[in-house]
Design a binder for this molecule. Structure first.
Ligand code: 5GP
Ligand code: MG
Length: 183
């Protein structure tokens, strides 16, 4: 669905599908160059990163294997708990791999911060982050994300894989949810 299909549930659109695709194509060019000849592994964080992973990997010219991890996230609330629990681990050993973590959004940064520290203990050759979205004003820990799609305000957003209580992940655009939906 597009934002126009559910406009009563939305406050405003922040990033259109077209803008996201153009930006991911640019980031893919950088990643193609940065990882040429390297043993790359894309690590997606379920479920929010499904859309960005699917679109990003197809913009790449290098062949990049992907693996998936599931960690505890917001649940049905709109605030980060900071508590991270692995619900599904990777299938791939990270030993010697150049890991690129693909994320939907960096909000507080607490989830990624925990993940990055955890991956370091598994012997990856390098670890970088690609995030479709980032909320610079909401960050509680410094995350040095090398590839960022768009910086956005600290509002709660949905679409492009991001949900509210498992709804709206299929929205093609990124939008701010209208407060009446969750209050
Ligand atoms: P963080 O630990 O950086 O605060 O965010 C952890 C996870 O919470 C993100 O990967 C994402 O799945 C979810 N999240 C953060 N901000 C938002 C948001 O604005 N909307 C939605 N739907 N999920 C978010
Ligand atoms: Mg996530």
């Amino acid at each position: 669905m597009r934002a126009a299909d559910i406009e009563n549930d939305l406050d405003r659109v922040l990033v259109t599908e077209e803008q996201m695709h153009d930006r991911l194509a640019e980031l893919a060019k950088q990643v193609d160059a940065d990882y040429a000849g390297k043993d790359i592994l894309l690590v997606g964080v379920l479920k929010g990163a499904v859309m960005v992973m699917a679109d990003f990997v197809r913009h790449l010219q290098i062949d990049a294997p992907m693996d998936w991890m599931a960690v505890s996230s917001y649940g049905a609330s709109t605030k980060s708990s900071g508590v991270v629990q692995i619900r599904k681990d990777l299938d791939t050993p990270l030993e010697g791999k150049h890991v690129l973590v693909v994320e939907d959004i960096i909000d507080s940064g607490l989830t990624l911060n925990w993940l990055l520290e955890h991956f370091e203990t598994r012997g990856a050759a390098s670890i970088e982050v690609l995030a479709a979205l980032r909320k610079p004003d909401a960050m509680k820990v410094e995350i040095d994300a090398k590839y960022v799609g768009f910086d956005i305000p600290s509002d709660f957003v949905i679409g492009y894989g991001l949900d509210y209580a498992e709804r709206y992940r299929g929205l093609r655009d990124v939008a701010v949810l209208a407060p009446h939906v969750y209050s």
